[in-house]
Write a protein that binds this ligand. Sequence first.
Ligand code: ADP
Ligand code: MG
Length: 403
Amino acid sequence: MEDSLTNFFEEYMGKESIFLDRKAVQSGFTPTNIPHRIEQINSLAGILAPALKGERPSNVFIYGKTGTGKTLVTKYVTENMANISLKNSLNLKVFYINCKIGNKADTEYRLFAQLCKEFGFADLPDTGLPTDVIVDKFKHLLEEKKVILIIILDEVDELVRKIGASILYKLPRLNADLKESEISLIGISNDLTFLDNIDPRARSSLSEEEMVFPPYNALQLQNILRERANIAFRKNVIDNGVIEKCAAHAAKEHGDARRALDLLRVAAELAERQNQTKIMITNIDDAEDKIDRDKIFDSIKTQPKQHKLTLFSIFEACSESSDRSVFTGEIYNKYIQYCSKVAAAPLTQRRVSDIIAELDMQGIINAKVMSRGRGGRTRKISLAMPSQSVPKLIELLKEGLNL
Ligand code: ADP
Ligand code: MG
């Protein structure tokens, strides 16, 4: 047993890898060359350039679907400016925060605490002080440093969801109290309708300038992939048609470069695991399945407890039914049983119905509204994933619920 494991590792080490530099197809990698975004790079640079002369740039709102290069371009332009400012001893500072990841910006207090930290004031308690006090502290720090501060709020819709839109005019309004420093904002969102649905004051404050990032088409995605593949892989390890197929697939999914890169990376990993010397077209189909499976896995794993209970009841009810689908009403009894098994207080049928609708929206199940005559309506529920994945998902839920 141990010998065969040692053999496996030794063979693995002796083998020529498909990869030269795996990082280049991972999502965190920042390429130095950014094809098809010259226009956006130039226009953002033009908007922000006044900061290098000590003037406040306009606030900018950047929007476009996921994977269209918004984060990449914004970081690329602002990091370049930060370097120039360092070289020329200018007082420009860039602060980037992704409002979706972690809890660094889930209250107004925490956001200002992060900003203070950025200026070297790290001893703030995590909560506790009144928000006014911390805002004053931040203003004080800014005045001391005499800077132009560009605050990048990535996934800004998430910030607004958590703490409200007023932050988008509160922050720029601080400029009225500042003599030595200025603040400007860049807000980034994947949600194309974000601005339409927020307080008009917040909207006009953030959108002094607006930039749209259009989806990439298949040819553009091919160029992006080739560029990254040249760094990531050894020569001649990509079979004909592979790049084209990844690009075509991602172009169908709203021109998402992240999706294209994920497909290529996972296809390469699968090829490597199967001891292939080349990445083949068939690997892409398998990669696609794997990515979808992983996505469903992750989204189920992170559901709240009541959602897990509802979903588990659906799984069980479906697997008992001959056509693998059930009506809403049949789920509730099961749900009550499982609640008592794990000693959870059951929700009302109405609330469970809402949860079912949420699971439907997230694409984990399909709920089809059917009329029952006399104006009555019910929903027919089926699972949205391939049946091979179901046993594993049931195990995952059991584990999560201690069932
Ligand atoms: P968004 O923020 O719009 O969702 P990102 O900027 O995170 O998209 O881009 C998604 C992925 O695609 C990242 O890995 C990024 O490096 C890559 N990417 C996007 N556009 C380009 C491009 N024009 N050239 C090279 N890589 C790109
Ligand atoms: Mg982004």
